[in-house]
Design a protein around this ligand. Structure first.
Ligand code: FAD
Length: 288
């Protein structure tokens, strides 16, 4: 199934993201996570891809196939273009098609010194190359992309992605719903039409938040900072507080008629289960 059709069927699409296990962990370690995540009935599960040709890349196809063919859940394979030649992309494209995977999150990937730009300079170029054979999804950045931080340039890029076949978007994580609503309003007023799913990352340890701040520069509201500071030395309390914060964000977003929620699960079924338990009735009510 093409994920774009889910947005016609459901008022709020709810999905998960997983990443391939690191080289040191066997691929089997993802089975346990997927066993539990699949019981939570997400509309689809996406699988990240290591930018710049790392060895985890083949695992993205393998895990996407597992989701689609074993767990019978719609799969979304991430694919980055940075440093990749057209033939590398075509190789992955063919393998995904053989496995019956119909949806690709087409990305450029982060710039790294060791990577040349490859045959596709931007995500929109990759989208154009894939659009005939796959349903294409794109990334968007409610607080602007880290390389320029301009919301206007970000919205121009979303329109470019739409013109190149992007049928829906998944947003970068954010912790301030107000910032997200401002971005949504601006995007819609500027003519972005495709559904946009809100990316929610439950933060359950302090290390995670420092990494996220450095990576994507998300605005950290005072309320959130206080939670992190108050419980940083009590891992269990911090985990419960992080889950509660994500639940509050999701309930507020669901009440504001967003198109969907994409949960960055960090391969942690406990956290995904706790969140799903807390929002089950809300999700049902929204989709009635
Ligand atoms: P692009 O849309 O190509 O944009 C990159 C930059 O170029 C932006 O600053 C944009 O404004 C600018 N730009 C775009 N087009 C033009 C143009 N024509 N002219 C001038 N400037 C232009 N990374 C991974 O490595 N693996 C993953 O699995 C992965 N999954 C992700 C999932 C989501 C939901 C999100 C939000 C991000 C993910 N990323 C992943 C990170 C992503 O690869 C980086 O954020 C990357 O820096 C940008 O990717 P993009 O596809 O948005 O790039």
């Amino acid at each position: 199934m093409r994920i774009r059709d889910l947005f016609n069927e459901k008022k709020l699409v709810f999905s998960f993201e997983v990443f391939p296990p690191k080289n040191t962990s066997p691929i089997k370690s993802i089975y346990n996570a997927l066993n539990e995540l699949s019981e939570l009935n997400p509309d689809f599960i996406s699988v990240t891809y290591g930018a710049g040709g790392t060895s985890v890349n083949n695992k993205t196809t393998e895990i996407s196939s597992l989701i689609k063919n074993v767990y019978k859940i719609e799969a979304l394979a991430h694919l980055t273009s940075i440093g990749a030649k057209k033939e590398n992309i075509n190789f992955i494209k063919e393998r995904l098609a053989l496995e019956g995977v119909e949806n690709i999150l087409a990305l450029r990937g982060d710039k790294k010194e060791e990577c040349n730009s490859g045959d596709f300079l931007y995500a929109s170029n990759l989208m154009n190359h894939l659009r005939e054979d796959f349903n294409i999804i794109g990334a968007c950045y409610p607080e602007g992309h880290i390389e320029n931080k301009s919301i206007d340039l970000e919205i121009d890029n979303m329109k470019r992605k739409e013109e190149n076949g992007c049928s829906s978007f998944i947003s970068q994580l954010f912790f301030s719903n107000e910032t997200y609503y401002e971005f949504l309003e601006k995007a819609r007023n500027s003519g972005v039409k495709a559904p946009i799913q809100a990316g929610i990352m439950p933060v359950i340890n302090k290390k995670q938040i420092q990494r996220i701040g450095n990576l994507c520069g998300a605005y950290i509201p005072l309320k959130f900072k206080k939670i992190m500071n108050r419980y940083e030395h009590n891992p269990e309390a911090l985990r419960e507080a992080g889950i509660a914060y994500a639940v509050e964000q999701i309930i507020d977003l669901s009440s504001s008629s967003v198109d969907g929620i994409h949960l960055y699960t960090m391969n942690n079924p406990y956290v995904a289960r706790k969140i799903k338990e807390n929002i089950k009735t809300v999700l049902k009510a929204v989709n009635e």
